[in-house]
Design a protein around this ligand. Structure first.
Ligand SMILES: Cc1ncc(COP(=O)(O)O)c(C=O)c1O
Length: 485
């Protein structure tokens, strides 16, 4: 049956809204909206341009301009000798049909939200890696950010970001020299969108596919994936109470080109590496011409004793690369971290940084530089250190009081999670499942380990909770243990 021309039913022609736009654009928009909301169906024949011009009281040229635009974007198709039709395959179909149905549904529902949690949900009990955002000086941050966005419209439109924002590099160099015992000048600092990119750059620019790298076992999962994605063979080296067991590494893979370690606060177990072991590692790196990548992700949060100076500061062979992040001490979505590299490695790293485009936005870098320069950073760290320290010891006390029949507490070197070790390792999976049923998020150590014989226990995040919540959560854990064992 021949299709009914759309124009025969004038009531169905879209209404032109009063918008501050040229007439052809208003007509274009009215038709596009009618197609997208289903008022005009694919395959429907469109009125002749002359008839439509009459209907809307505009010139025929105006209609032709709108038709041309709709045809060039794929909403209309012209069939030679028979007129213009709504296209059977709309441009949106090409995009949407490649998505999963569930994504389409949620994408249509997802609205921008004023809350910054990705999921819109607050963190689950014992969730790790979440700082206390309620106490972050958001107003100060926003003022600085706005100031930098406004400062000069041209400062944000060029591509002069390759060396990082100089005042931020200076601020980081000075912080690292005075607070962390890192010996560097600002030229040795690469500003990156997080320390994961630092691992990626080091692996890609200083190793070759097929090379070997020592990793701690267990270790941060991003480390393993940076190696795997770049064809590097990870050699898991077990830990003892002093961290990575260098003698094991020497037996397994003397010629490894890199060791990635967390000497200030081993992730996830929590021990710190004493000076003797550090010197052993440095000697290995010097003798074998290998690199050490020192991941100092959370040493701001050490709650007793003096901060442990970075290994980079005692490296005489220029074999240590040092990386840090603002994800933990400020907030993860800042996406700013840094890599301090010996001069001999700088060029290769910078080339790789340029090739991968790993640069955080300058406005964010400038905000952070001002935040540090004006003293807000040190103040925030001090406040958070006090707060986290109270929470850390309260949680440990509550766990010892309620759960000591079932677990021991791992090394107590501070940080943003407490590691617990199960007295009966065979119960780990059951405990995790039961906890999850009760809305408690227990991160198993085994998730970070290569060997099946890894320690069995969990990481408990505490930074974004109130003391009362932590104490009652420890009591809930006790009930759960009693039920299971
Ligand atoms: C041990 C460790 N290293 C590196 C990172 C990566 O941090 P970023 O957010 O800077 O990529 C993390 C993040 O959780 C971490 O826990």
């Amino acid at each position: 049956m021949p299709k009914k021309p759309f124009a025969q039913d004038k009531a169905k022609l879209p209404r032109i809204r009063r918008l501050d736009l040229p007439m052809y654009e208003r007509i274009y928009q009215a038709f596009r909206d009618a197609i997208l909301n289903g008022q005009m169906l694919p395959g429907a024949r469109l009125p002749a341009t002359r008839a439509l011009a009459q209907h809307y009281g505009v010139s025929r040229n105006t209609i032709i301009q709108a038709y041309d635009q709709l045809a060039s974007e794929g909403y209309f198709e012209t069939r030679h000798g028979s007129g213009t039709y709504v296209a059977n395959e709309l441009p949106e179909n090409f995009v949407l049909s490649r998505q999963y149905p569930a994504m389409r549904k949620s994408a249509s529902k997802a609205k921008p939200s004023a809350r910054l949690w990705n999921t819109g949900r607050p963190p689950q009990t014992f969730q790790i890696g979440v700082p206390d955002m309620e106490r972050f000086p958001t107003e100060i941050w926003l003022k600085l950010y706005a100031k930098h966005l406004r400062s000069s419209p041209y400062s944000l439109v060029n591509y002069d970001f390759e060396d990082g924002y100089p005042p931020l590099r200076n601020a980081i160099a000075s912080y690292l020299n005075t607070r962390k015992g890192v010996q560097c000048s600002s030229e040795q600092i690469l500003i990156l969108p997080g320390s994961q990119q630092a691992q990626e750059l080091v692996v890609r620019s200083l190793l070759q596919p097929g090379d070997q790298a020592w990793i701690e076992d267990p270790c941060y999962r991003g480390t393993r994936s940076a190696l795997r994605q770049n064809g590097i063979k990870a050699i898991p080296v077990p830990l003892d109470q002093n961290g990575l067991d260098v003698s094991y590494g020497l037996k397994k893979a003397t010629k490894a080109g890199l060791a990635i370690i967390t000497p200030s606060h081993q992730y996830p177990i929590g021990c710190s590496m004493p000076i003797g072991r550090r010197l052993e590692l440095l000697q290995w790196a010097k003798d074998s011409n290998s690199w050490i990548l020192e991941d100092d992700y959370d040493s701001e949060y050490r709650y007793r004793g003096k901060p442990i100076p970075a290994m980079q500061g005692i490296d005489e062979g220029n074999r240590v690369l040092y990386m840090g992040t603002f994800s933990k001490c400020l907030f993860p979505d800042i996406r700013i971290g840094y890599l301090v590299a010996p001069f001999s490695a700088l060029e290769a790293l910078k080339e790789m940084q340029a090739a991968t485009g790993s640069y955080p936005p300058i406005a964010m870098q400038a905000t952070l530089a001002a935040f540090i320069h004006e003293g807000h950073f040190e103040r925030h760290i001090r406040r958070m250190r006090d707060r986290y320290s109270k929470l850390y010891y309260s949680l440990i006390e509550a766990l010892e009081k309620n759960c000591s029949d079932y677990l021991t507490i791992g090394p107590r070197e501070g940080g943003m999670h407490v590691t617990i070790l199960l007295k009966d390792p065979s119960k780990a999976a059951t405990i995790q499942k039961e906890a999850s049923d009760q809305g408690i998020l227990l991160h198993p150590i085994s998730k970070y380990a290569s060997s099946k014989n890894s320690a069995q226990g969990f990481l408990l995040g505490f930074c974004c909770f109130e003391e009362k919540q932590l104490i009652s959560s420890a009591m809930r854990l006790k009930k759960m243990f009693e039920k299971i064992t």
